[in-house]
Design a protein around this ligand. Sequence first.
Ligand code: NDP
Length: 493
Amino acid sequence: MTTTAKATVRTYRNYINGQWVEGSSKETFAVYDPATEEVIAQVASANARDVDQAAKAARAAFDSGPWAQTTAQDRGRVLFKLAERVRQNTPMLAELEARNSGKPIVEAEYDMADVATCFEYYGGLANKVTGSVNPVPANALSFTMREPIGVAGQIIPWNYPLLMAAWKLAPAIAAGCCCVLKPAEQTPLTAMELANWLEEVGLPPGVVNIINGVGEVTGAALVAHPGVDKIAFTGSAAVGKIIVKSAADTLKRVTLELGGKSPNVFFADADWEAAVDGALFGVFINQGEVCSAGSRILVEKKIYTKFVEAMAERAKRIKLGAPLERDTKMGPLVSKEQYDRVSSYLELGKKEAKTAIGGGRPKEFSKGYYVEPTIFYDVDNHARIAREEIFGPVASVIPFDGEGEAIRIANDTPYGLAGAVWTRDIYKAFRVVKSMRAGIIWVNHMQPTYVEAPWGGYKQSGFGRELGPWGMEEYLETKQVFVNLDETPIGWY
Ligand code: NDP
């Protein structure tokens, strides 16, 4: 078994007010390569005092720095330049991302293309934001202005590290906000590389600050900070709830993207080859560490047994390997903590359902947080493996009889991020689309996500939308201006 080449341990500081600074505690934390379990970097921890410094730098840049005077065109150009840097440095960024997160290098390269496209999209959108004239009576004029919300605290997870940073930073910069970004403690490295280019692309000090540390300290201080106007969060529902409670004290705006337990629904008339492929892709891409993973696979009884067999047969071909090898289709999970968490669900799944394939650690690996692609079947939709987000390569296959039952099971979940339906019957497809309660429904596909279209959840998958113009809206306030055109005094008193 080939393993990732031994890495040198790099040191990263925090990026605050245009400077690279150590944490005031001088403490650092280790960042690992999950394929080799070796330390690849040491990163400065930001405590509450450092968070305060970053938030104040962002506040000052927003209130009185040159950023407030930049035009929308200038902000767009900054984002185009950032996109260019990402494209020029894709080999380095993709390798670092794969090494740090465990995702296969080919997927990391796609991520970097999406990062650049995200910066380009919002670069183009920056000067397309307009207000409106409102139809008030003829003796007045009312119009709206769109203004940046202010300082945005942005907290992101480890599954798509730089892409999540881009989803947060790009619309905020386009809107004219200032940012304090906290990457996940497991995967801060590509965001810190991005920080290298912030000044040279034209961002004044304080406009974007990137700080690192554990969520309960660094993230919590950011959410509680009175100088932060908005929190944009992607991560678990459990932490989302903590954030909403804490943000209530200062009545910050909050947007939450919290993942799910998304149904991938297969009717008997679906294109067989595409369906089997789509079921595996929907749940196993990125090791299953995907907020929209199609981890509940609903299959019509007429094809159920054959479908489970076909999935298991094809899943055997998934190549697990070192993230940097180009034929690797599944790397290790991101961390020991996630490996332990997923492993405990594997043990639970063996009790709650039947196992078609997988269920443990692949024997060929002596190191690394690898987990076999696992398919549980005959799963009851009320079993824990059908209700809780596992965030690993674990599928729960559930049989159904007819359209009504498919919709009932699909919607019987606290989450509502995504869903998919596979059928050749266009009438049935759109009836299911209309009935499923989720922020995105794919028809005869699962997972494609484009920056031009909205992303976000119903129910406990969160609120607010990212991407497209919807993503920019979340960083804008609306100000109404009312102009009296009538010189006559009000004459009320
Ligand atoms: P978390 O929700 O714990 O972490 C997401 C981000 O929030 C990280 O930057 C984390 O920091 C930060 N954070 C944690 N606690 C707090 C807090 N009290 N206040 C402010 N910020 C905080 O997810 P995990 O990474 O621990 O993963 C656990 C589970 O979450 C996964 O198994 C999966 O189910 C789900 N998840 C969902 C994602 C999605 O895209 N929807 C993405 C990632 C995870 P730090 O990690 O540095 O402690």
